[in-house]
Design a protein around this ligand. Structure first.
Ligand code: GLN
Length: 494
């Protein structure tokens, strides 16, 4: 975050419902970006697995499911790189703009009906663009407020709402266009959404002042050479892996999926080791990083289940759920909009409960334990539906609504709490990287899921959902029992 940002007059501005006017600019930018991201995600598994005759890529469903998971893993993993580029090279404001531009071109590629090469290029561009936009737009939100500004948390809540409004509408629009008209028209709608977001960002940029405009920790000329050598080495490392995969005949969708899965799981381990061993980390900070590990593992398992919405639950909605109303079958992907809708409805209620409970509200590890148990319970509900109906019958849509309702409550217990806990437990020297670390939990969850989701089929729903539910509840119990030990390591942070 820019040191100059705190001096900017935007901090005193109250022209957007009591918040700085710049928040409106960021609100609509993030809304349109999430419109495009979730819009594409809602139909990706159907597009990849549709036959070529039906305009798809003709992949078998288990592989298509895995590809959707590793796409998510790569999206959240890349946030680390985007944060670094903003901190050291571009500043957050410019990163957001360039990121949005690259995302838009990614969706344009997806909109072109030229077969698989434009699809892979499109997805790669969206990953690169999102790495620049997603983590950095949050930094700009933070920079609109001074450190002591009481409106800060409320500002982030307003911002989280924009994510869910964009996701809600985006998935209805692209879901309908993709499934009922043409896949590429659906992807085109995502491109148009991102374009509107960008125009709006440019027009409203003046309201951001200099909030996070400059890099917070720019590379000095001496550091530049070293940094670029390291980047060169990393690129060369990836190139070597690709060459080895090519030579061993594994450079295909399966091989790339496995490679991203492994990276998503290994990266957090390396990162934790670096933070724990760094001489810049003090004794208390080291304890706090240790406290973060069980919470990180819980978050990984949470996202592993939660983020199966776009593949396993989408396929479930398509194949297993009754979707005809008044003789018209609505698109299966419309179920994707249920979670963001519930989120917007439930978040004021949860906020009120926390306010009422005040000091009596559960500690962060306890909230995490309840969230993980709940997300497990949501899969338990699906196992129960399978026991009651068998693999051939279709189930009432109410089952899926119940599943998403439980998952949304769980999300509210873990996702916003996790964001604020991350900033509190971060060692001073790793402040911005720790935010990237939080997104690595989603990435690791997706990466692990990529290896699990191929096992889903209508015939094995009871063991599939049942085993994951049991794992989640077991981990939640362990975390609940270990809460006091974790809290001790947190040294006063709750
Ligand atoms: N739904 C939220 C978003 O899109 C959080 C997702 C996550 O961290 N896995 O930003």
């Amino acid at each position: 975050m820019s040191a100059t940002a705190t001096a900017a007059p935007v901090n005193e501005d109250r022209s957007f419902f009591g918040h700085p006017r710049g928040l409106a600019t960021l609100f609509f930018t993030e809304m349109w970006e999430r419109f495009s991201y979730y819009g594409l995600r809602a139909i990706l598994v159907f597009f990849l697995s549709a036959s070529v005759a039906n305009g798809g890529l003709g992949m078998d469903k288990p592989l298509a499911s895995s590809v959707v998971s590793v796409y998510g893993a790569a999206i959240y993993m890349s946030a680390l790189a985007g944060g670094w580029i903003a901190d050291r090279l571009l500043g957050s404001q410019r990163s957001v703009f360039y990121g949005g531009l690259v995302i838009m071109f990614g969706h344009v590629c997806m909109a072109l009906p030229f077969g698989s090469s434009t699809v892979w290029l499109g997805l790669a561009l969206i990953i690169v663009g999102t790495s620049l936009l997603k983590p950095n737009i949050s930094s700009v939100v933070g920079s609109l407020y001074s450190k002591t500004d009481a409106r800060r948390d409320a500002g982030f809540s307003v911002f989280y709402t924009s994510i869910n409004i964009g996701s809600f509408v985006g998935q209805l629009v692209t879901g309908y266009l993709g499934e009922k008209v043409n896949w590429h028209v659906g992807f085109g709608a995502a491109a148009v959404g991102m374009a509107i977001g960008l125009i709006q960002y440019k027009l409203g940029a003046r309201h951001l002042g200099n909030a996070a405009a400059a890099p917070s920790n720019p590379l000095t000329p001496e550091e530049r050479g070293k940094a670029f050598t390291r980047i060169g080495m990393a690129v060369a490392g990836v190139a070597v892996v690709l060459v080895i995969m090519q030579l061993t005949g594994t450079l295909d969708a399966h091989g790339i999926t496995n490679a991203i899965s492994i990276a998503a799981m290994v990266l957090p381990v390396i990162y934790f080791a670096v933070m724990l061993r760094s001489p810049k980390t003090t004794k208390i900070e080291r304890d706090r990083v240790k406290a973060y590990i069980p919470l990180f593992i819980a978050a990984t398992l949470f996202w592993l289940i939660f983020e199966q919405a776009a593949n396993v639950l989408n396929i479930y909605a398509d194949e297993r759920v009754e979707k005809t109303v008044f003789g018209w079958e609505f698109p299966a992907s419309w179920f994707q909009s249920v979670n963001p809708m519930f989120l917007v409805l439930f978040s004021p209620i949860v906020a009120m409960i926390w306010l009422k409970l005040g000091q009596r509200q559960p500690s962060t590890p306890r909230k995490f334990a309840i969230a993980v148990a709940s997300v497990g319970l949501s899969f338990g509900v699906l196992a129960l539906a399978a026991m009651l109906t068998g693999p051939d019958a279709r189930v009432s849509p109410l089952w899926l609504l119940l599943v998403y309702a439980i998952q949304t409550v769980a999300e509210l217990l873990l996702s916003p709490v996790g964001l604020s806990m991350t900033t509190k437990l971060a060692p001073a020297a790793f402040l911005s990287q720790m935010m990237g670390m939080w997104f690595l939990a989603t990435s690791a969850g997706y990466g692990l899921a990529a290896q699990i989701v191929p096992f889903y089929s209508a015939e094995n729903e009871i063991p599939y959902f049942g085993i994951l539910a049991i794992c989640a509840v077991a981990l939640a119990v362990l975390l609940w029992i270990g809460t006091n030990r974790v809290r001790k390591l947190m040294h006063g942070v709750s």
